[in-house]
Each structure stands twice: as structure tokens, then as C-alpha cells.
Design a binder for this molecule. Structure first.
Ligand SMILES: Nc1ncnc2c1ncn2[C@@H]1O[C@H](COP(=O)(O)OP(=O)(O)OP(=O)(O)O)[C@@H](O)[C@H]1O
Ligand SMILES: [Mg+2]
Length: 379
């Protein structure tokens, strides 16, 4: 565990970048430092590997004051990733990743073998190994940065806005990859961002900082969204925190109706029965059970329903895997106001109305108040 204990950083010009900060950073989890520009995030991160020395206070790594450790030993136990990756432009991708193993005295072949293994781990095509950084996209360069930081298998990764310079789609891919790597390797990650959505998505714990290097709140993301400590945190979280909080509730408990589902070759009796099942429209599915679209019961031709007249079924959600937020989004976007639930193979498992999702949301909030914090589910 990394323990930051009443740490202050005053730069020589008198700027107090961090003010009596105390944080306990848990092992094998992602702790995010988030806050507006200039609030002291980078300074805090750099004090952990002694690129910046604190003016007051102590930082303990597994109970040992980091001041007592040789700085090289300390830094070797901590990978460091920055925005734009900071790669060596004159070295190939493979040699960039192999940098630290080489510094540690590993042989060339062993270092390169390790680098190849890491390219695969971070989702980089091995064919890129011989290229130079300028021949890669921004997203690929960030992956190289992550691979390089992981090369000597340090227990700790320090990441300073590593994904800020790439577009939202690539960024989402990098975030998902980081979550996967964290799950596989169990690193202790300290991640700096100014993007609250990124903080909520990645963080096991989130430290919200405010200008002047003060800690405003330190909590798991679900708790942050439920119970912001003050107006600053609430404002920083943004207007739709109630909706975003739904990401932490599973759609597993939704009351799905199967009655209003009919196969494309349904008989007149089946269509009539489905019409009495409680939904204004029927969901027509193909012979494999995959959704085709919505239709009104009296407009469907028995035996062979014409699919070109159906309303779009929109994007379905995966029942149980997706969150209540995803289910609500599907219902809001659906032309009928009803969301379609599917299983992992895309087969319809039921339909659910906005009103029913609303009830589940109220139930989840009530249950949550009793049960404490939530597990993260797919957004
Ligand atoms: N070497 C330095 N000398 C003087 N002041 C500094 C120095 N480095 C940073 N600062 C100041 O310390 C404060 C915190 O800076 P820091 O870089 O930690 O912020 P940050 O939260 O990482 O911001 P950003 O989101 O813009 O990266 C700022 O007011 C900054 O101007
Ligand atoms: Mg910074």
C-alpha cells in the first residue's frame, strides 16, 4: 500500500501545489486523482516516485518511508506513463519497450522477447515492432507507453493523463484495455485525469482534488455519485450524476415480459395472445429468436409477418450484464418506449417498459441505501 501522510509541496516560488494531503492508496486497484487544471495532481503523482520531493509529510510504500529507499530502486518498482507516451523517437517500438529490462542488465534477446510479449498484452500488432514512434497513431503510441511501463513488471504504475490526447473512441479502447490488464496483472495503479467520466469508469477509489492541492473527497465512484461531499464535488461531477450512477446497478432484476414477443411465422392465435400480454406493440423475432422490429398486433399478418413495415427495435441491452443505465437508454431511444433485452447471443429474452425500469431504479436506490456501495457493471 502507498500511504500519503499529511504531504505538502511548496515550490521555490511559494506556490503551494499540494496542501496537507493524506491518502491511502490500496494495492492491486486503480486509484484515480481527478480535479481541475493546476490542482496538484501531477505534483502528487511525482512525489510518489520522488521526481518531486515533498516539503512536508511522508509517503510510505508498504510501510517504508520512500525517503529511506534509494531513488533508483524506488523508480524501478514504479512504471510511469505520460500523455503522448514520451517515447524515444530514435528507437524502434520493440527497443522502446525493452528499455528498462536493458537498463536492468537483461540480455538483448530476453529483453526483446519480453517486449514482444507485452506488445501482445497491450493489444499491439507484432508487425509494428520494427517501426519508429512517428510511424504509429497516437493511440498505438499510448499502448507502447503502457507496455514500456510494464516491461520490468513493477508492482506500481503511475499514469499521468495517459489517454488525454487521443479521440474518444480510441480512448475508450485504451480504458477498456487498462481495465483488462489491471484484472489480469493486479497492478497498483495511480491514474491522473481531469475527466470525471474517466475517473468514474476506471477508479476503484477516486480522489477529487481542488485548486490549492486540497483533497475534496476520497471515495469509491458509486459513493461519489451518490453522496458528493460538498458543492464543489457535486459541481465537478456534473449535472447528470443521477443518470451516471445507474451504471452501478445491474439490469439483472428487471421484470422482463416475454408475452409480447412473436416469431415472424406466428399464427393468428399466437399474435392475438401476444397482443393481450400488456405491451402496446409486439416484438417480432426471426426463427432464431433475434429481434426484427416492433409492430402493432392488428397490423401483423399471421403466418408470415412482413418485416419491412416494422418499427426499429433500436439497440438492445444484454440482460444481467448491462447496467440499468444501459437499459434505460435503450428504452428512451426505442420508438415504442420499451427496451429489448437479449442474451449473449443476441436472442431476445424479453421486453421492458420505461415505467418498469423506473420502478427498478427506485427499488435499486432504496436497496442501495440499505446495502452500501455498489459493484461496477458494464455502463
Ligand atoms: N516547478 C514548479 N514551480 C512552481 N510551481 C509549479 C511547478 N510545477 C507546478 N507548479 C504549480 O503547482 C500547481 C499544481 O501543478 P500540477 O502540475 O501538479 O497541477 P495538475 O493538477 O497536474 O494540473 P494539469 O491538470 O493542468 O496537469 C500549479 O499551480 C502549478 O502552476
Ligand atoms: Mg498535470
Amino acid at each position: 500500500m502507498i500511504r500519503i501522510d499529511a504531504v505538502t509541496k511548496r515550490y521555490p516560488d511559494g506556490t503551494v501545489a499540494v496542501d496537507r494531503l493524506s491518502l491511502e492508496i490500496p494495492d492491486r486497484a486503480i486509484t484515480v486523482l481527478v480535479g481541475p487544471s493546476g490542482c496538484g495532481k501531477t505534483t502528487t503523482l511525482r512525489m510518489i516516485n520522488r521526481m518531486v520531493e515533498p516539503s512536508e509529510g511522508t509517503i510510505l510504500l508498504d510501510g517504508v518511508d520512500i525517503q529511506q529507499q534509494p531513488v533508483n530502486t524506488l523508480r524501478r518498482s514504479m512504471g510511469y506513463v505520460i500523455q503522448n507516451a514520451g517515447l524515444f523517437q530514435h528507437r524502434t517500438i520493440l527497443d522502446n519497450i525493452a528499455t528498462v529490462p536493458r537498463l536492468l542488465g537483461w540480455g538483448k534477446e530476453k529483453s526483446r522477447a519480453r517486449a514482444r510479449e507485452l506488445m501482445e498484452r497491450v493489444g499491439l500488432d507484432g508487425a509494428l515492432a520494427k517501426r519508429y514512434p512517428y510511424q504509429l497513431s497516437g493511440g498505438q503510441q499510448q499502448r507502447v507507453g503502457v507496455a514500456r511501463a510494464l516491461a520490468a513488471d513493477p508492482p506500481v504504475l503511475l499514469m499521468d493523463e495517459p489517454f488525454s490526447a487521443v479521440d474518444p473512441v480510441v480512448r475508450k479502447g485504451l480504458q477498456d484495455e487498462l481495465l483488462r490488464i489491471q484484472e489480469e496483472l493486479g497492478k497498483t495503479i495511480v491514474f491522473v485525469t481531469h475527466d470525471i467520466d474517466e475517473a468514474v469508469k476506471l477508479g476503484t477509489m477516486v480522489a477529487v482534488m481542488r485548486t490549492g492541492g486540497h483533497l475534496a473527497q476520497f471515495a469509491p465512484p458509486a459513493e461519489l455519485l451518490t453522496d458528493p461531499a460538498d458543492a464543489f464535488v457535486e459541481d465537478f461531477l456534473g449535472a447528470d450524476r443521477g443518470i451516471r450512477r445507474l451504471s452501478f446497478f445491474s439490469s439483472a432484476g428487471l421484470d422482463l415480459l416475454t408475452g409480447p414477443i412473436v416469431a415472424v411465422d406466428a399464427s393468428a392465435e399466437q399474435i392475438a395472445a401476444a397482443g393481450r400480454a400488456g405491451a402496446p406493440c409486439l416484438l417480432v423475432v426471426d426463427t432464431d429468436g433475434r429481434p426484427l422490429g416492433w409492430g402493432e398486433p392488428d397490423e401483423l399478418t399471421a403466418g408470415s409477418i412482413a418485416t419491412d413495415g416494422l418499427l426499429s427495435h433500436g439497440r438492445p441491452f444484454t440482460a444481467g450484464t448491462d447496467s440499468l443505465r444501459a437499459a434505460l437508454d435503450c428504452a428512451v431511444l426505442s420508438p415504442t418506449g420499451w427496451a429489448v433485452a437479449v442474451d449473449g447471443d443476441g436472442r431476445a429474452t424479453g421486453v421492458v417498459s420505461q415505467a418498469s425500469i423506473g420502478e427498478a431504479i427506485r427499488g435499486a436506490h432504496a436497496g442501495r441505501a440499505a446495502a452500501g456501495t455498489a459493484e461496477k457493471v458494464a455502463p
